[in-house]
Design a protein around this ligand. Structure first.
Ligand code: TYD
Ligand code: MG
Length: 449
């Protein structure tokens, strides 16, 4: 009989319980516990003596030269490039292009006479070769290694001494000291910890691919996100060609940055002017229910089109559907429209969508959403050369927004002629663009309709 102890780990958050439970007491998820072997506690009497505390001023700062990925969009999300010795997790839906993105990065870095090890637990070398041919990559310094055993990977890293390692994916890796199956919480956590040690010890940068669950979190434990230096998500609509790379955590830079790519038949291409890309044919349409909002993604302004459709409901309770904006935010804006402007939306279904699958979290898009809803409700198109910026308060006031100058500059560059803005101090100088200030929602509507 096996003497190994088992316990139950939540596959979502890594919570441990000795008995099976239907609901995780850690994260509240249902039916998430899976039985796994419990690793024996380490002998704590072995204390490492080599390392002693040192005053901070004596610590020499590492010459942190970041390495370019060859793609400006990717570099920006990373905060300027890949930091040596960092562990970077790239999450995303299957088929979104994670392997393609990392193979392209591996190709660029290896073309610079730097060794790169691409460990794949999912694809055969032939499959990777096919993709590399498609991407036009053929370098003698790029090593493909089909392997799922982490010790073997460690051995090869020591032997080849690469500058960059790609592990595709963490859910296929296993470590023989841990008895549970690959992809389980213990394995994923154990392998991540090992890779982290390796990255720091050998000063090699490691990219790790992580699959995403239906709920949108990286499959396996959320604990993995705490362990790595950088967490990136690769998102996009399956049916569309563009992809967004988003920083969720970054120990070496800002997390609000996004990078925009387009999937072509020879790999991912950077989109240099995303605003123009997302607006595409906006100016050619003169229909009710659409408006352009200059939003801010990190430090970068991005012009997006918000569309709304309001129509009489055929159900008892009107439907409210949103894509790309917060559902509750739209409910609030609808209530403000009803109360402050007397727009009777209570008997109408309302659908709000951000074109191109972009997600907007910032309140500066409130006024845009309100305008789109009202435009659709009244069946009156808005001026296609007008952009709208402003946060909406419950009393119908329009609040100032941050970085107004950046937003306006972007709108000017794209040929917009007018912009409704909040009444705020320090309005930027504009050339051709006419600024129209509005203190309340009613003011804004007078200016727009
Ligand atoms: P892949 O990188 O395998 O996705 P992931 O690793 O995230 O699962 O991407 C596969 C998809 O990308 C597949 O549907 C084909 C498409 N693709 C292109 O459109 N063009 C290309 O040049 C490549 C290599 C892939
Ligand atoms: Mg893949």
């Amino acid at each position: 009989m096996s003497t190994k102890k088992t316990g139950y780990y939540c596959q979502e958050c890594g919570h441990f319980t000795p008995r099976w439970l239907g609901r995780c007491t850690g994260c509240g998820g249902w039916n998430t516990y899976v039985e796994e072997y419990v690793a024996p506690a380490r002998n704590r009497q072995v204390i490492e003596h080599q390392v002693t505390p040192r005053p901070l001023i004596e610590v020499t700062s590492l010459d942190c030269e970041r390495r370019s990925t060859g793609m400006a969009e990717f570099n920006r999300v990373l905060g300027g490039g890949v930091v040596p010795g960092s562990l970077i997790l790239l999450g995303g839906d299957p088929g979104i292009g994670k392997s393609t993105l990392l193979l392209q990065v591996a190709g660029t870095i290896s073309s610079d006479r730097q060794r790169v090890l691409y460990v794949s637990g999912e694809e055969s070398p032939h499959q990777i070769k096919l993709r590399a041919d498609r991407l036009g990559i053929s370098n003698s310094d790029l090593y493909i290694y089909p392997q799922t055993n982490l010790e073997a990977v460690e051995e090869q890293i020591a032997k080849i001494n690469p500058m960059l390692v790609v592990v595709d994916s963490i859910q296929t890796m296993y470590f023989s000291d841990i008895a549970s199956a690959p992809g389980s919480v213990s394995q994923v956590r154990g392998c991540t910890a090992r890779l982290m040690q390796l990255a720091k010890k050998q000063s090699v940068s490691i990219f790790v691919v992580g699959h995403v669950t239906k709920e949108g979190a990286i499959a396996g434990p959320r604990v993995m996100e705490h362990m790595v230096d950088v967490v990136l998500y690769f998102e996009g609509e399956r049916h569309q060609t563009f992809r967004i790379l988003r920083g969720v955590k970054n120990r070496f830079g800002s997390i609000n940055e996004i990078g925009i790519f387009e999937m072509s038949n020879c790999g991912l291409q950077e989109v240099a002017n995303p605003s123009a890309f997302f607006l595409m044919d906006h100016v050619y349409r003169n229909v009710a229910g659409t408006v352009v909002v200059p939003t801010l993604e990190g430090t970068r302004p991005l012009l997006v089109e918000i569309q709304a459709l309001v129509c009489p409901t055929s159900f008892g309770t009107p439907r409210r559907m949103t894509a790309g904006v917060d559902h509750n935010r739209v409910a609030l804006i609808t209530a403000v429209l009803e109360k402050r402007l007397g727009l009777m939306l209570g008997n109408c279904d309302a659908y709000v969508n951000v074109v191109g699958g972009v997600r907007i979290d910032e309140p500066a898009a409130d006024l845009g959403i309100a305008m789109a809803l009202a435009s659709s409700f009244r069946e009156r198109p808005l001026d296609v050369h007008m952009a709208v910026i402003g946060e909406l308060g419950l009393t119908g006031e329009i609040r100032p927004v941050t970085a107004l100058d950046k937003r306006i500059r972007e709108a000017t560059q794209l040929g917009f002629e007018r912009c409704i803005v909040p009444r705020q101090k320090g309005l930027p100088e504009t050339g051709e663009l006419e600024l129209k200030q509005a203190a309340t929602l009613a003011d804004a509507f007078d200016l727009a309709f």
